[in-house]
Design a protein around this ligand. Structure first.
Ligand code: 16G
Ligand code: ZN
Length: 531
């Protein structure tokens, strides 16, 4: 049969050359790039099957290893509404990725039967990639997999991860936008310009923004956007991948957040706010360096509180207060941010397990759900009911109400609701800072973060650690949680937890306390207990 030819082709073109087991983790498959070609080819096959289970709606394949260093790469699938692949399919993906070349044909047939895919449906698969030198070859393997099952691949070349999510969503729901890079700029940057016309610059807000592009794709795209801006924002871009700058190396959002140090490659002007993106541009954190050379971090928690408080203000002004706004965080959220949100902003908070899919899912239960990981991945999602209500007020409300609702509509358009998006989030943050006339120091002064420390511990088998209650409680090995409780009890404002990483073979330890010294010490003690 023609499928026979397909599998013979796979063996020749994209053979499985390793016996190392690979798992579809928190953000897809991720490992050394040279171990991935057969995996990506097979994800091409799986994307077509997935699309045919979804009535031929478009599925996305993104080639990226996000904030990891250059030698790594990865692949993840995007579901029709621009969301992460449905969790129940992760096991199917893992199975398909690990079978031998000899068993590929039978396993593919089995999966098709199991999920009941109608293989006669026409299907198009969107493929995007980050800037890694191994990405084009992997994107080609994905396209070959798609064609092998008679799907039509559409390659977008180098795009940010959130752009590909946006394209997939638009392709399946044209009311959301146009599935092209231009369509993305038109919607998101267009809304930003629109809102700037309504909210003039005032107070301490300055339109100058420095950006650390992590030598990845996000900076390159901001360079395109920069040319279309007309004084609304004066972007000064660093780490764009030239001058020998290496992807994510000592720069980018993950480096800044975890090491609590400013990135290399960025010119530092005291008090100047800087936005730092990660390698595929789905994370963003802000920071500034003060006149004593001390760095101050404004992480995902800060961005979440800033956005939530502004949306609340607009909801009140538009008298749409009955819409329920809520915030979703993980255990990594700084305790001070949670206290601020619940006590000062009076916004309900849900805590979930690490990983965007968990946050996104929990955010769906609010009319307006703001979700952010402390590491800078997050967005805002609006229910149909919320959008309808706000649109109606924007048309029919009293003058002041109408104005607020119209701003809110622009705010919604600026938001990439499919997934956390550094570029979209950057425009959202800049809008709120401008609306409130804030500089970075004032933004930081909203509340005081508790000093914290993150470390990783290498153990023989990270899977001996299990957790419950959104990773805040360690349920095995026995006795570890009791030990952590004892250690924590010795510190003022102490809190700590351990969890197995979903992306690396390590155990992660997080600790916070009233001073940096204490947080560091607590983290070290808990690490010791993990060994
Ligand atoms: C992935 C997740 C990110 C999470 C991180 C945790 C997505 C798109 N990305 O990068 O949300 O914070 O994993 O990594 O879900 P860890 O399990 O190694 O700590
Ligand atoms: Zn990323």
């Amino acid at each position: 049969s023609s499928l026979r030819v397909v599998y013979a082709f796979a063996r020749e073109m994209h053979p499985k050359t390793t016996d190392i087991f690979i798992q579809y983790g928190t953000a897809g498959f991720r490992t050394k790039a040279n171990l991935l070609e057969h995996v990506v080819y097979r994800m091409g096959l799986l994307a077509v099957i997935r699309s045919r289970v979804k009535n031929g709606r478009t599925i996305g394949i993104m080639i990226t290893a996000s904030h990891n260093l250059e030698p790594d790469n990865g692949v993840k699938l995007i579901d029709p509404d621009g969301e992460m692949l449905e969790q129940s399919w992760e096991a199917i993906a893992t199975k398909l990725a690990n079978v031998s070349d000899n068993d590929l044909e039978a396993t593919t047939a089995e999966i098709i039967k199991e999920v009941n895919a109608n293989m006669t449906l026409k299907t198009s698969i969107f493929i995007g990639m980050d800037t890694r030198y191994t990405s084009p070859r992997l994107a080609q393997a994905a396209a070959n997999g798609v064609m092998a099952l008679k799907g039509t691949p559409k390659e977008f070349g180098i795009v940010t991860t959130p752009m590909l999510h946006f394209f997939v969503k638009c392709r399946n729901d044209n009311t959301y936008g146009t599935p092209t890079e231009e369509g993305y700029y038109e919607k998101i940057v267009g809304a930003f310009k629109n809102i700037r016309q309504k909210l003039p610059v005032y107070g301490n807000y300055s339109t100058t923004l420095y950006v650390d592009g992590a030598n990845g794709v996000g900076g390159k795209k901001l360079n395109i956007i920069k040319k279309t801006l007309d004084g609304e924002l004066d972007l000064k871009l660093f780490n764009l991948g030239g001058n020998g700058g290496k992807l994510n190396l000592n720069c980018g959002a993950d480096f800044v957040k975890v090491s609590q140090k400013p990135p290399v490659g960025v010119e530092h002007v005291p008090m100047q706010r800087v936005a730092s993106l990660d390698g595929d541009s789905d994370r963003i954190v802000y920071y500034y360096v003060d006149d004593k050379d001390k760095m101050h971090l404004l992480d995902g928690d800060r961005i979440a509180t800033l956005l939530a408080s502004y949306i609340t203000e607009l909801l009140t002004a538009s008298e749409a207060k009955h819409l329920k706004l809520g915030l979703v965080q993980t255990a990594y959220a700084n305790g001070a941010s949670t206290a601020y949100i619940t006590q000062k902003l009076k916004v309900p908070v849900t805590c979930v397990k690490t990983g965007v899919k968990h946050l996104h899912h929990a955010a769906l239960s609010y009319d307006i759900g703001v979700y952010f990981e402390a590491n800078g991945h997050g967005t805002v999602i609006y229910s149909d009911n919320a959008k309808k209500t706000i649109s109606k007020i924007a048309e029919e409300g009293e003058s002041e109400q109408r104005k607020a609702a119209q701003l809110l509509l622009n705010f919604i358009d600026m938001t990439n609701e499919t997934v956390g998006d550094a570029i979209s989030d950057l425009f959202l943050v800049e809008t709120v800072l401008c609306a409130r006339g804030l500089d970075a120091e004032q933004w930081l002064s909203t509340y005081d973060d508790l000093p914290c420390r993150q470390v990783k511990v290498t153990v023989q088998d990270r899977n001996v650690i299990s957790t419950a209650d959104a990773e805040r409680v360690c349920t095995s090995p026995e006795g570890l949680q009791t030990r952590i409780d004892e250690l924590v009890a010795a510190y003022a404002d102490g809190r700590a937890f351990v969890r197995p990483s979903g992306t690396e073979d390590v155990v992660r330890v997080y600790a916070e306390a009233d001073t940096q010294q204490s947080a560091d010490k607590l983290a070290a003690e808990v690490s010791q207990a993990v060994y």
